[in-house]
Write a protein that binds this ligand. Structure first.
Ligand code: PDD
Length: 287
């Protein structure tokens, strides 16, 4: 089956899809994106992803290219046309194409570029990964001061993940100049300390406010599980009883090794497993 990609109003075969060479997303990373989970052919947490998309675009003063309803129809069509049951849908909005110049092009001279693609994920493989848990490597957080905006300016994340992969780890945990974990290169970071307290960093400019993180807060209140939102250090993470990451691509994914050191007994923790199993009870599904 040929994959179909949406680009600026057209549904194109994967190999033929492209954007202008002077697209500002390409030249300046002047662009925003979202990644949503597709579960049973349904979109997960569309409202929260759209809220974050609008907020990110607003921070960069890129106009929403069309109504949320119209964007939702594109997401659904791309999911359907690619017959994605289990997987991800990716949406990117750039400021558009214009002759290369740093300031924004004059209002009305360019239209935002909109790209949407969907990808299947092997659900069994992901479950197997969650059964064993993943390894994490810590890396300095060399990103900018507005990590709350979901831009495609992902080179620090690429370099951190590459270093992690070279060490056999599946995620990098980024460390600020005070020695505290900010978040994963493409996920939010959580630990359960020796006393059993669940800890994650509060939202702010230093991290992306994860949609999965937000929905997990709903799981926690339903289950009456207390949470402490505060930064935690690398040492605390390494001596934690449990650790995990959250993201649209992995939901709640156990972490069993940090910098080569086993976390807890080296297996996914009880609370982590419980939160993973409950996660989809608290999300919004839409078709
Ligand atoms: N990454 N922090 C960062 C830096 C991220 O890139 C992501 C998501 C998250 C988790 O956000 P959410 O729960 O909304 O997926 C946190 C996506 C999945 C990606 O870049 O592929």
């Amino acid at each position: 089956m040929t994959r179909v990609v949406y680009v600026n109003g057209r549904y194109l075969p994967y190999a033929e899809a492209g954007v202008h060479v002077e697209d500002r997303g390409f030249q300046f990373a002047d662009a925003i994106y979202e990644v949503c989970e597709v579960n049973g052919g349904r979109l997960v947490d569309e409202t929260r992803h759209m809220d974050r998309l609008e907020r990110s675009l607003g921070e960069l003063r890129i106009p929403l290219p069309m109504s949320r309803r119209a964007l939702g129809l594109i997401l659904r069509k791309v999911i359907r046309r690619n017959r994605v049951e289990t997987g991800l849908v990716y949406l990117q909005v750039t400021r558009g194409a214009a002759p290369r110049d740093f300031p924004f092009p004059a209002a009305g001279t360019t239209n935002p570029t909109l790209v949407c693609l969907a990808r299947r994920v092997d659900g069994a493989k992901r479950e197997a990964r969650a059964e064993g848990g993943i390894a994490v490597k810590t890396m300095p957080d060399i990103r900018w001061g507005r990590c709350d905006i979901k831009t495609v300016m992902l080179l620090p994340a690429v370099l951190a993940k590459e270093a992690a992969a070279a060490d056999g780890a599946q995620e990098a945990w980024l460390v600020d100049s005070d020695g505290f974990i900010t978040e994963g290169a493409s996920s939010n970071a959580w630990i359960v300390d020796k006393a059993g307290t669940l800890i994650t960093r509060p939202t702010g400019n230093a991290i992306l406010p994860g949609v999965t993180r937000r929905s997990l807060l709903d799981v926690l209140s339903r289950e009456n599980i207390p949470l402490v939102e505060r930064p935690f250090s690398v040492d605390e993470a390494i001596s934690a009883r449990e650790a995990f990451i959250t993201s649209a691509s992995g939901t709640v994914m156990p972490v069993v090794r940090i910098n080569g050191v086993s976390i807890g007994n080296g297996y996914p923790g009880d609370l982590t497993r419980r939160l993973r199993s409950k996660f989809h009870q608290a999300v919004e599904f839409s078709r």
